[in-house]
Design a protein around this ligand. Structure first.
Ligand code: AGP
Length: 610
């Protein structure tokens, strides 16, 4: 996610803003920029790459006079990570500058309207559209606050924004909708930022903004209004006692826990602009001009491979596309026979995994069309694929993949629904029910997560000392069983096997004994009865069983095992509730064992070597 800091006070603004951006570097970014008042105008300096590039550009410039300014580190969502796409963005007539975190879903239609009015654009970003929407609202008798509010009221999607106006020196405007933004209240100085670390060195007095609130701030004043009607809103100042490191994790103990709890937001961002909630249809812009493939070969590593396995039934049943899923390090060495009518979909959070890049290149050399599902814009895989979709998960700092997987699952579900609609291979009723279920997911998950964590903690305390464990599931629960086992291995360093539960009888059941727990993933799907009998086979051999399932109902009773009850999900979407439970179990097990949760031994966030 992008980082924002804006300042109005008595100190030199540019050095303070740069320091604040450094405090936000952990959020991940690929370009940056500052805006400050200079000689009655707004001066904007931007650079691609790391903050050092920006500082090099600023060195030698007179940057110590300005006491009002703002800065931004950009995590690219629309448009490559270039200087021209970096924030701040200046309006066409030059009177406004704006920085933004989030996604404006209706930016294209706004842009088209502005183009018709003669506005020209220098970048590919939704942010430049937004600042010009504000300028378009400016007019005689209208304050900058009113123009700002009018433009934001027309914007759809998520935003945290800060704005400066040439004709109003010393003033910062800001607003938030579904993206974090808060005020730092100092003495003779005030701050706006995406996150507390940006200004924690200067003040611990914070005002948390809510969605639909808009701010006008100067060195000596700050006012909050309701975006809807500009009615003043009274806010409480809260005292933050965190140290800097705790602040960068948003108060969570680890980045992994923060990213698990970011999943509702990440899923909403992944859906943004790809679902038509009026028609209740999936409408993936990236797929609009591409024929659905006749056959699809999914290739990936690790957790991303599990995403492909999980989505395969949806792509076959909903999109009617025959699908295979392969591990990249195997695919690349077996001389696959590729045909021109098939596509290869590579899945990679980092977009830099060596085996997956190699697989992409083999697919291209073999004449297949290459699609990519990535989280990092401008990554090698994103650049080399014929077509790329982004999961919009935001930067994933913890080595263990969490929100990367749930957003991959979301993106693949949207692809299956989009292709299913285009090919006519899934009926309208199913599509509408699926979209309705997907739209409800972020809120459901938001309310589910805290309870999941306490359940996970108590189970972890019972089982974290096991010498080994099984994770077992059928159908779409099988890939999640693999993921649950991987999480326990990589975080708690416990040997865990993910297995198709129907395979137990073919050997692994020999491992069952009283100190060898088995996690069964048994949502109330078509395979529940089969999984239940596997579970009973394990119990009959005195193996401890923890079963992730749904509330009991007629014909779905479970007599054995410790039940971890999750809400029933619609159709094939149970994985969105099973996955965070597994993530939290591994997190709590690793925490209780005192492991290095965010940087497990021997692991790298991106495996850029074979
Ligand atoms: C899982 O927690 C790991 N992060 C690892 O398995 C990862 O999924 C794998 O290395 C693939 O990485 P990628 O998605 O960046 O290609």
């Amino acid at each position: 996610m992008c980082g924002i800091i804006a300042y109005a006070g008595h100190r030199p603004a540019v050095p303070l803003v740069l320091e604040g951006l450094r405090r936000l570097e952990y959020r991940g970014y690929d370009s940056s920029g500052v805006c400050f008042e200079q000689g009655g105008d707004l001066c904007v300096i931007r650079a691609s790459g790391k903050l050092q590039e920006l500082e090099d550009k600023l060195s030698g410039m007179q940057i110590f006079l300005a006491t009002t300014g703002m800065g931004h580190t950009r995590w690219a969502t629309h448009g490559a990570p270039t200087e021209s796409n970096a924030h701040p963005h200046r309006s066409f007539r030059g009177g406004l500058c704006l920085v933004h975190n989030g996604i404006i879903e209706n930016y294209q239609e706004c842009k088209n309207e502005l183009l018709r009015k003669g506005v020209s654009f220098q970048s590919e970003t939704d942010t430049e559209v937004l600042v010009n929407c504000v300028e378009d609202e400016c007019g005689p008798g209208l304050s900058n606050l009113e123009a700002f509010a009018r433009a934001l009221s027309k914007a759809q999607g998520a935003y945290a924004v800060a704005m400066m106006a040439r004709d109003e020196p010393g003033t910062i405007y800001a607003a938030r909708q579904s993206a974090p933004l808060l005020l730092g209240i100092g003495t003779g100085e005030n701050f706006v930022a995406s996150d507390i670390p940006a200004f924690l060195s200067y003040t611990r007095d914070v005002v948390f903004l809510e969605d639909g609130e808009i701010v006008r701030m100067t060195a000596s004043s700050w006012e909050v209004f309701s975006l809807e009607d500009l009615r003043p809103v009274s806010k409480n100042i809260q005292r933050i006692e965190w140290d800097m490191q705790a602040a960068q994790k948003g108060g969570y103990k680890h980045f992994m826990l923060k990213e698990i709890f970011e999943q509702p937001r990440a899923l909403a961002d992944c859906m943004a602009g790809r679902l038509d909630s009026r028609r209740m249809e999936a409408n993936v812009p990236e797929l609009m001009d591409a024929e659905p493939p006749e056959r699809l070969r999914i290739v990936a590593c690790g957790t991303s491979y599990h995403a492909g396995l999980w989505a395969m039934p949806l792509l076959e049943e909903w999109a009617g596309i025959p699908c295979t899923v392969e591990i990249a390090s195997e695919f690349r060495y077996r001389k696959p026979l590729l045909s021109r009518d098939e596509a290869v979909l590579v899945i990679s959070q980092s977009g830099e995994t060596a085996d997956t890049i190699a697989a992409l290149r083999i697919a291209r050399a073999g004449g297949a069309r290459v699609l990519a599902l990535c989280n990092v814009l401008g990554s090698s895989i994103a650049r080399e694929a014929d077509l790329v979709l982004y999961t919009q998960a935001g930067p994933e700092i913890s080595v263990a993949s969490t929100k990367a997987l749930s957003t991959q699952m979301m993106a693949l579900t949207l692809m299956a629904l989009h292709w299913g609609r285009v090919r006519g291979s899934v009926n309208e009723d199913t599509r509408h029910k699926a979209v309705s279920a997907l739209l409800a997911l972020p809120d459901q998950l938001q309310s589910l997560l805290p309870g999941l964590q306490s359940e996970a903690r108590s189970l972890a305390q019972r089982y974290a000392h096991a010498k080994g464990m099984f994770f077992l599931g059928r159908g779409q629960s099988y890939p999640l069983a693999l993921e649950g086992a991987l999480k326990v291995k990589e975080l708690a360093y416990i040997h865990a096997e993910g297995y198709a539960s129907g395979e137990m009888k073919h050997g692994p059941i020999a491992l069952i004994e009283p100190d060898f727990p088995s996690f069964f993933l048994a949502p109330h799907d078509a395979l529940f009865a089969k999984t239940k009998s596997n579970l009973e086979e394990v119990c009959a051999r005195s193996g401890p069983v923890i079963v992730l399932t749904n509330p009991q109902r007629q014909g779905m009773e479970l007599r054995d095992g410790t039940q971890w009850i999750l809400p029933e999900a619609w159709g094939p979407l149970a994985g969105f509730f099973l996955l965070p439970a597994l993530q939290l179990f591994s997190y709590e097990a690793a925490s209780s064992l005192g492991k290095d949760v965010d940087q497990p031994r021997n692991l790298a966030k991106s495996v850029t070597v074979e």
